[in-house]
Design a protein around this ligand. Structure first.
Ligand SMILES: [Mn+2]
Length: 172
């Protein structure tokens, strides 16, 4: 699964899908999910530039250089762009990934992240205090949980705790 998309606003049929009226939240893993990672991440970044208040990208566990070096993105960059430019592009995009937000809170009610809240995260502030740019090494257990944690007993894709819906992307 490449992306998860949430449409956050009510809309009429005439505006269905229109980015001018609807916010889009993408929940990570923009690379390593097929042969067109470069097109995917560059399109999403272009959309973010064009519609900064309507397009929201949070980080997945494949937005980390040690992971996407193993699962295809690094190889794709080299195959498509050549050794030097491919590696430079791969490194630049991984530098961008270190700046991506780690979670999204919708109207103070729905908390979204790629992985889960794990055992270390108890408040929104526990997430907010992580300073970006952030590598996996610096992020510690909190970052690991946000990007990797998978609830073992959940039967649906959302849970409800302490007044918040928790909505992990639930994709690995
Ligand atoms: Mn994933």
């Amino acid at each position: 699964m490449l992306i998860s998309v949430g449409m956050l606003c009510a809309y009429s049929p005439s505006t269905a899908g229109d980015i001018s009226y609807i916010d889009y939240l993408f929940l990570g893993d923009y690379v390593d999910r097929g042969a067109h990672s470069l097109e995917t991440i560059l399109l999403l970044l272009a959309l973010k530039v064009e519609h900064p208040n309507s397009v929201h990208l949070i980080r997945g566990n494949h937005e980390a250089e040690d992971i996407n070096a193993l699962f295809g993105f690094r190889s794709e960059c080299i195959e498509r762009l050549g050794e030097a430019e491919g590696l430079e592009t791969w490194q630049m995009l991984n530098n961008v990934f270190n700046w991506l937000p780690l979670a999204a809170l919708i109207e103070d009610k729905i908390l979204c992240m790629h992985g889960g809240i794990g055992r270390d995260i108890h408040t929104i502030e526990d997430i907010a205090r992580l300073q970006r740019p952030l590598t996996m090494e610096k992020g510690g257990q909190t970052l690991m949980d946000l990007l990797w944690y998978v609830l073992q007993t959940l039967h649906c894709s959302c849970s409800y705790e302490n007044g918040l819906f928790i909505a992990p992307a639930f994709i690995s």
